[in-house]
Design a protein around this ligand. Sequence first.
Ligand SMILES: C[S@@+](CC[C@H](N)C(=O)[O-])C[C@H]1O[C@@H](n2cnc3c(N)ncnc32)[C@H](O)[C@@H]1O
Ligand code: SF4
Length: 279
Amino acid sequence: MKKYIDHLVPINNVCNQACNFCSAEYRMKTNKSIPLKTIFKQILEKDNYIQISGWEPLLSKDLYNILYFIKKQKSRCFIEFQTNWVFLLQNSNLDKLQKFWINLYNINYPCHIEKINDEIVRWKWSFHPREKSMREIIKRWLNLRINIIVNTINFKYLPSMVDYINKNFSWLERIQFSFTKAMWAANKNDEVVPKYEDTEEYFIDALAKCKKYNIIADVDHIPICFLWKYFKNHVDYSKLKRWEKWVFLVEKHYVKRCNLCNKKNLCTGFRKDYLEIYN
Ligand SMILES: C[S@@+](CC[C@H](N)C(=O)[O-])C[C@H]1O[C@@H](n2cnc3c(N)ncnc32)[C@H](O)[C@@H]1O
Ligand code: SF4
């Protein structure tokens, strides 16, 4: 079994948004700013894949020092940059990021409808700057992944979100649908975490549209039996094929219905934190 390496490096603990599902606090467990020394130490402990995250990394005054450090210490490192994108076009941030050869820009994308977006992120100035940033990234041919955190407020809009993305960001190759992990803001929170079965038909419809539009769709944090014929889109399916079985041990768990399932060996089961809400 392979050893699990966490790629995540949170670099700050401030954010402009207050997403209803946010799991960031859970990771940091402190209100104090993170010393640069700690961040550098974490970077050195990682392998050659680093996810720069935080709360909102574009609000970190140390961001470019940190990227410089990574490039100096690990010149071949794959850098994924996780952001809500609101400040990407301010202070020449995108130009500066491009100089560091960011390999993947991961955008936290709540919804294509402004009202729903605002309800989720609870900060009403994010929608237009985010859309503008996405257009700019695509114009520059940079590697972009739209990450949709599927929660109680947006799940019914998944199919129309795919239509919108296809129409407006036609170059986009990949969308990730991440079912909300029931952590920190979403911890034991049924107002944020929907029931798997309530989201099922919207997932299927959205995945069918991705297939039709030739968009690669990855799904995470929902058991594969809720994805019907699209179960191969689940990221655990490919992890299992690569024998990365650590996911079983860390976050997920089989339940009674798994014993009747003919895909059990292709699946990692239900998240334990989900079962604390719906068991
Ligand atoms: C915590 S955020 C921090 C970086 C940045 N502020 C952002 O929103 O992308 C890092 C990633 O975690 C995702 N995320 C946050 N809360 C989550 C949850 N409860 N379940 C699944 N993913 C979550 C976000 O969508 C984002 O892609
Ligand atoms: S998910 Fe990201 S943008 Fe949303 S509140 Fe958390 S840190 Fe901020």
